[in-house]
Write a protein that binds this ligand. Structure first.
Ligand SMILES: NC(=O)c1ccc[n+]([C@@H]2O[C@H](COP(=O)([O-])OP(=O)(O)OC[C@H]3O[C@@H](n4cnc5c(N)ncnc54)[C@H](O)[C@@H]3O)[C@@H](O)[C@H]2O)c1
Length: 252
């Protein structure tokens, strides 16, 4: 059994996790945390995680970067493992997660779906083989309520490609502001926002007279919720360190 604190419990992801957890006999949400306390849940909800006096095996955070300091200090104080799913974190916040991982187990992934993690493996292979001849562009699409752009997943894909290339690429986000030809070393990142699109990531390799596209589409938020619950179970009782989906797939 994994006893869970759910941060951002009254948001869209929090409510999907709440529903899935109710049907999962290995998960018990012991409390939620959200600045919006108006939703009735089967567990107590606090506007500040530090008001919770019980104990948990892990925290899942799907909230907002403004919640970050509170969550990290709670994890440090109580030595509770953390699944960090919130995107749009600053470089400074990512560094403090690395610091936290020296004391407790931390799982971070900008995309908790298994499919996206397979896409990353495939695009890294393609990038290595096509590096000199093909231009790489990443196009992501999300619903019209998403605030950060490009998505954390698009950046994660770009970072993974960058790591596998000999010549480090330069990320280009806005071609509107410059009038010049595309350079070979670029990776273009493009954000589309509209309607209720759950999440689509398309990595395009454009060469001379041929185009390869590797694409992942999430059709419901459940894929992220299920992945985060698997991550919380994976962290339960695990020693300090930084973990991701690749570790979950390999070590499980
Ligand atoms: N890693 C992944 O796979 C993945 C998948 C989907 C969404 N996300 C990310 O998860 C986050 C939440 O997504 P969502 O769609 O559920 O958003 P949402 O806006 O529906 O929910 C966020 C919740 O956090 C609460 N909140 C905001 N600031 C807070 C604070 N300072 N203290 C306490 N609670 C606070 C809000 O009241 C809200 O209930 C976003 O960053 C999103 O990009 C990640």
């Amino acid at each position: 059994m994994t006893n869970l604190i759910l941060s951002g419990c009254n948001g869209k992801m929090g409510q999907v996790i709440t529903r899935l957890a109710e049907a999962d006999s290995d998960i018990c949400i012991v409390c939620g945390c959200d600045i919006n306390t108006s939703v009735i849940n089967s567990y107590p909800v606090y506007d500040d995680i530090n008001k919770f006096e019980g104990k948990a095996d892990a925290i899942i955070d799907f909230s907002h970067p403004s919640c970050f300091d509170n969550i990290v200090s709670y994890c440090k104080k109580t030595k509770t493992p953390l699944v960090m799913a919130t995107t749009g974190l600053s470089d400074e916040q990512i560094e403090s997660l690395d610091d936290l991982s020296k004391e407790v187990a931390v799982f971070r992934s900008a995309n908790m779906s298994i499919g996206i993690n397979l896409l990353i493996t495939l695009v890294k292979q393609a990038a290595v083989l096509l590096e000199d001849k093909f231009d790489i562009e990443i196009i992501e699409k999300h619903h019209n309520l998403k605030i950060d752009a490009p998505s954390g997943t698009a950046l994660m894909i770009a970072d993974e490609i960058s790591e596998s290339l000999c010549n480090k690429p330069e990320y280009v986000y806005d071609r509107h502001s410059m009038r010049k030809k595309r350079e070979k070393k670029e990776i273009g990142l493009h954000a589309v926002r509209g309607g209720t699109i759950v999440g689509e990531h398309n990595v395009l390799f454009a060469g001379n007279d041929e185009i390869l596209e590797i694409k992942h589409t999430a059709t419901s938020k459940e894929v992220f919720a299920e992945g985060s619950l698997r991550a919380a179970k994976f962290l339960n009782g695990r020693c300090a360190g930084m973990y991701n989906m690749k570790n979950l797939i390999e070590l499980n």
